[in-house]
Design a protein around this ligand. Structure first.
Ligand SMILES: [Zn+2]
Length: 332
């Protein structure tokens, strides 16, 4: 092998490369010329067989050819819009795509917070594991009170530590530490020892509100019930009020809405009544105010609680309450 023939071989490849540059795509060019078994590597591997005086010249020529090939491929990439980006790293973790939607309970809770925030209510929270005092005693339900049987309690340590049966326990905590005017709402899970059915579950969600100030009456409560129910379920929602007993209020009332599934005709969701009991409330008992060191002669207030699960079911046409906390997507 002499210098002339070796030089010629490189020139041939150079000519071929300028033709290939127009014909082949970038990957094929790279593999053919710069790949492990590509032309340039194979030419370099032949250098070791040359005489010392030829080695230097041919190596220089080959290096020039290699640089040309590299820069031409880079130019071709840049002009085709595939220019390598700076710090391009194939091993870099991909950005996670967000999937799914907010839970129906979260949606209605946030909308209610928004509504009540507009009317000057703050948002409060409290523990799901409660003590007997905040869950019952403070709310006018002493240990021997029959109302306890309405709320079949799940105990962590009987008789003092329990899973809260109602979010009114948060009301106990806030009233104890605050003086009027008081306006707040709260939302969260409550727990009762219930057998699961289409309309009842052991875990359910409540939304609670309290307003204590001078001259607060049932009229204020009825107004806020009507306004907020229509805000969540639509202006054409039909509402009726019934007197109802709740141990922590006096007097108590319950707003029902016309069942959105059957429009009042009666179906299994509304237990063929045409109406759904969706919330309850009333005037806070003066004894509860006094226990919280609030002057019941000067101040009055209302408290109310919503069943968020039922609101979400009516709003999103969910026919079974268990779907709200069940992870099985094929469960019907
Ligand atoms: Zn119905």
């Amino acid at each position: 092998m002499n210098k002339k023939s070796e030089k010629l071989a490189i020139d041939n490849h150079k000519n071929q490369f300028s033709k290939d540059l127009d014909i082949l795509d970038i990957d094929s060019l790279y593999i053919k010329y710069l790949g492990k078994k590509g032309i340039i590597n194979s030419l370099f591997s032949k250098i070791k067989n040359l005489s010392n005086e030829l080695k230097k010249d041919i190596a220089k020529d080959l290096n020039n050819f290699k640089s040309t090939v590299e820069s031409e491929i880079k130019n071709k990439k840049a002009s085709s819009g595939n220019a390598p980006k700076e710090h391009f790293d194939l091993t870099y973790p991909v950005k996670a795509t967000s999937v799914g939607n907010l839970h129906p309970i979260t949606i209605v809770t946030r909308e209610l917070y928004q509504f009540f925030h507009y009317y000057g209510f703050s948002v409060q929270g409290g523990p799901e594991i409660e003590d007997d005092f905040h869950n019952f005693e403070m709310l006018g339900v002493p240990k021997d009170h029959p109302a306890r049987e309405l709320q079949d309690t799940l105990y962590i340590m009987e008789p003092e530590v329990l899973l809260r049966t109602q979010t009114s326990s948060i009301e106990s905590r806030v009233l104890k530490n605050t003086q009027p005017p008081i306006r707040f709402v709260t939302g969260g899970k409550a727990f009762r020892n219930e057998t699961g059915s289409k309309s009842n579950g052991a875990i359910f969600h409540q939304f609670q509100g309290v307003c204590i100030d001078e001259n607060i009456t049932m009229a204020n409560l009825k107004w806020i019930f009507s306004k907020s129910l229509k805000f969540i379920l639509g202006e054409d929602t039909k509402i009726r009020f019934r007197a109802k007993y709740y141990p922590e209020v006096e007097p108590g009332l319950s707003p029902d809405i016309e069942c959105t599934f059957c429009k009042g005709d009666g179906c299994e969701i509304c237990k063929y009544r045409g109406w759904i009991e969706i919330a309850g409330g009333g005037m806070i008992h003066p004894n509860t105010l006094e226990k919280a060191n609030i002057d019941s002669d000067k101040y009055s207030g209302f408290a109310f609680g919503w069943g968020l699960d039922r609101i979400a079911m009516q709003r999103f046409k969910i026919r079974d309450i268990r779907l709200l906390i069940n992870g099985n997507l094929i469960y019907k």
